[in-house]
Design a protein around this ligand. Sequence first.
Ligand SMILES: [Zn+2]
Length: 386
Amino acid sequence: MNGVELTIIKCMYLPHLTIIGVYRSPKVPVTQLFMDDFSKQTATHSTGAPSSSQEFVGYIHNVSAVYNEKFFQCQLQGRDESVTRAVCFSPSKRKIFADFQDKKSPIKIKRFKVDTNANTSDLLMGHDVIVEHYPELDFQRSQIQSSTTLLSVKSVRVGQHITVKAKLTNMSKQQKAGDLTLVNCILLDPTASMKMVLWENFINQVENNRTYIFHNVTVRKDKYNETIYLNTAKYGTEIRLTEDFTEILAVPLTQDTTQFVSTTVEGEIMGIVSINSYFSCFKCKKKLEQSTGAAYLECKNCHMKQKLKPASQHWYAQVMVQFSDEKSLELTLFEEPIKQILAIQNQKSQPTLTRDILTNSLLNLPAVNFTYNTTTKVVLKIAQKE
Ligand SMILES: [Zn+2]
């Protein structure tokens, strides 16, 4: 095997653990181990074009740290906002990628291979990859997500492995499933909420109310109620702590509100962080995906094309509240508490809510009692002081 030997060790007592040992002859460079492997793979699935003549033009996003001193990955934004994952097996190149990312520079990449295995088209790069500034690029850099959103997970094939960034909430007590231990929790991101099952050694890797990137978790479907959920995989799942979201998080879909802890405190809205709105479908009431400048929208659920009427516009806001104990907190207000605020101010007969009306209402509200979910910081109820 060209002076390279693989040893796979399975341990009886830790069935979920696989140890893979690699012996290499000092003559074989480390990068060779990977590139050999991948060049074989790509050779069998070659698209016919010699890889050396391919060029990629676009922008570099989300350059990762170096894993195991062997490789790093990033996302490449190409034409038409396409996004490709790229893996580079030359850690010393990371600085070049990170610099182009930080400067948001248009770039051209030469000398890479395309991995067409497993329906991906990842770009694989070695020590000979060339990345250069490419000012002639004729499209703009855009914001791209560093991972899949929970909403889009719902349209992913069951069994597939995905990577999501989400806030972990509502961790259950440990439960037994045969010999194994599991914990249920709810993941939240700005697009949706979703159940997740953490197994065995992953349970102790997380804490409630912290935000993580869940690498390579499995998409599953519940046999009984058909809901999609996520599961830590025996092999390949990695959980890494990451920074919190700055956007408003989705409200958990679960109807079981008893598991949420709520509290009621007197407070006053001191400022508005953001006000947003969305339209719901006239027919099926599902949220419509907004596209700017469209005269009408098509529902992704029932496919009805429709006019945008103020009556189907739903407002929500993120506000800074100062409490009587001098602490302050960012809370999220959806429709119900907003209605309660308008009622307190006798604005029930307001024909249509606008951003200006809402801004005035929020900032003119005297101190009231806020009942909110201590996990999601979503306001459940607003009532006048006793
Ligand atoms: Zn609809």
